[in-house]
Design a protein around this ligand. Structure first.
Ligand SMILES: NC(=O)c1ccc[n+]([C@@H]2O[C@H](COP(=O)([O-])OP(=O)(O)OC[C@H]3O[C@@H](n4cnc5c(N)ncnc54)[C@H](O)[C@@H]3O)[C@@H](O)[C@H]2O)c1
Length: 430
């Protein structure tokens, strides 16, 4: 195998293209977005990810990586297109279907097709294989080899994890599994496990559902602690001293297109059998309202207040705004009439309709600063920045970024006792 087409050049497809080409494969990166292709052809990488720019430029320079709007004949096709959800919380597989249709004219017997996009259980069997059959290929007879290999990298460490993470490879047939697994064995250091396509689909979805459910548990703890006048962070820290307990930290909600989306792919296929997953989703979706309620309490619902929002992305140290609870919180605050000044060192102005400010501009004259993303830059902010620019500095840190700061009133999402409406509050000693 020498030539690989990677379909979709986003957060997954572009690093994958770079990685495969660095291992000696001739890679054609394909995307339907003309701007992305033009930018890449000119050596511009639009995604913020450590070392990615260098890797891509180097691969182009060595003649191992090129870009196009159209696929070409290849030994393998790797599909890394989006799999969002519709408003009714069912999977939108339109991009996957289109990607398969787009490669059909270039497909030849013996080719390998790997779907890396996250997909609902049975998508390979019920959606991908029938499309290939319509195109005249018989995956069950191994005329083409079809497999699912879910991607599990974390933004900010994508290139490291692409190489080091274990991979689960599930083929439609045993031969397909083996062929796909061998490709990964050739290019990564992590272990490669072979299974069926539907198992691989469920593995990925359960990983993120596990995280969603556990984050919901921590968020529920934050709300209960608020009600009872308990510091949830202390509870988490002390409970985690138990050798078999690993409570997560509460936060402003769950974002990104993985944890906040993937559980729906299972729920859609097993509505009556997934009450726990559905409740976890509801708890996490309720967190932006909880945060807004606490902010309003802290500023005494004074509509003249200016609110500095620090961090818009769904997680720290990335520029990824997808499904970010911070955006929901900002939206709710603005629609309630507050003056909101957002700052995010990772987000560029052309990525959002919100007006972005420098840190100092955002804090100047603000009645409260609310931290909604755990960027490293925020963990390093010194108290003097707050005291210099804010009258009476009040910080609501929903991501546990800050420790105690001199001259600054600091509230954390798990420790809101001052604002608690709890009838128990006086019984809890601090
Ligand atoms: N980003 C992550 O951290 C991450 C982690 C694990 C899994 N995933 C999964 O990987 C998949 C891709 O995610 P992403 O973050 O890279 O998405 P993305 O939106 O960053 O990139 C997808 C790219 O695919 C392109 N595209 C859409 N339809 C196409 C088609 N028919 N042909 C060619 N290109 C097409 C889009 O223009 C876009 O550039 C999703 O299923 C996602 O859930 C993502």
């Amino acid at each position: 195998m020498e030539d690989i087409c990677v379909i979709g050049l986003g957060y997954i497809g572009l690093p994958t293209s770079g990685h495969l080409s660095s291992k000696g494969y001739n890679v054609l990166g394909v995307d339907t977005n003309r701007d992305i292709i033009e930018a890449l052809k000119n050596g511009h990488v639009l995604i913020e990810e450590p070392d990615l720019k260098t890797l891509i430029k180097d691969s182009i320079h060595r003649g191992k990586l090129s870009f196009s709007l159209e696929p070409q004949k290849s030994d393998a096709f790797i599909i890394a297109v989006p799999t969002p959800i519709f408003e009714n919380h069912t999977a939108n597989l339109d991009y996957v279907k289109q990607a398969i249709r787009n490669i059909l004219p270039y497909l030849e017997k013996g080719n390998l097709i790997i779907v890396e996009s996250t997909i609902p259980p049975r998508t390979i069997d019920d959606v991908v294989v029938p499309l290939l059959q319509e195109g005249g290929f018989s995956p069950q007879l191994d005329e083409v080899f079809v497999a699912h290999c879910p991607e599990r990298v974390i933004p900010g460490r994508i290139l490291v994890e692409l190489n080091e993470n274990t991979r689960v490879v599930g083929g439609y047939t045993e031969q397909a599994t083996r062929k796909a697994a061998n490709l990964y064995r050739d290019v990564i250091q992590g272990d490669v496990y072979e299974t069926s396509a539907v198992t691989a689909e469920m593995v990925k979805l359960m990983e993120n559902t596990y995280r969603d459910v556990n984050i919901a548990l921590a968020n529920e703890l934050a709300k209960i602690s608020h009600h009872l006048g308990v510091n949830a962070h202390d509870v988490v820290e002390l409970a985690n001293m138990h050798p078999r307990v690993n409570l997560h930290q509460p936060g402003p909600g769950v974002g990104g297109h993985c944890i906040s989306v993937d559980p729906y792919f299972i729920i859609e296929k097993a509505q009556d059998l997934s009450p726990l997953m559905q409740t976890a989703r509801k708890v996490n979706l309720s967190m932006p309202d909880f945060v807004v309620e606490q902010i309003e309490n802290m500023i005494h619902k004074n509509k003249q207040s200016t609110i500095s929002v620090l961090g818009l992305t769904y997680k720290g140290n990335t520029d990824d705004l997808r499904e970010s609870p911070a955006l929901i919180i900002v939206d709710k605050l603005i629609s309630k009439g507050y003056h909101v000044k957002c700052h995010d060192p990772h987000v560029k102005q052309n990525m959002t309709d919100l007006d972005l400010f420098s840190l100092e501009e955002s804090l100047t004259g603000a009645d409260i600063a609310v931290i909604l993303a755990d960027h490293n830059a925020f963990k390093r902010i010194e108290s003097s920045i707050f005291t210099k620019h804010m009258g009476t500095p009040t910080i609501f840190d929903t991501k546990s970024c800050l420790q105690e700061l001199n001259g600054v009133k600091l509230y954390q999402i798990g420790d809101l006792s001052e604002y608690s409406d709890s009838k128990y509050i006086n019984r809890v000693s601090s």
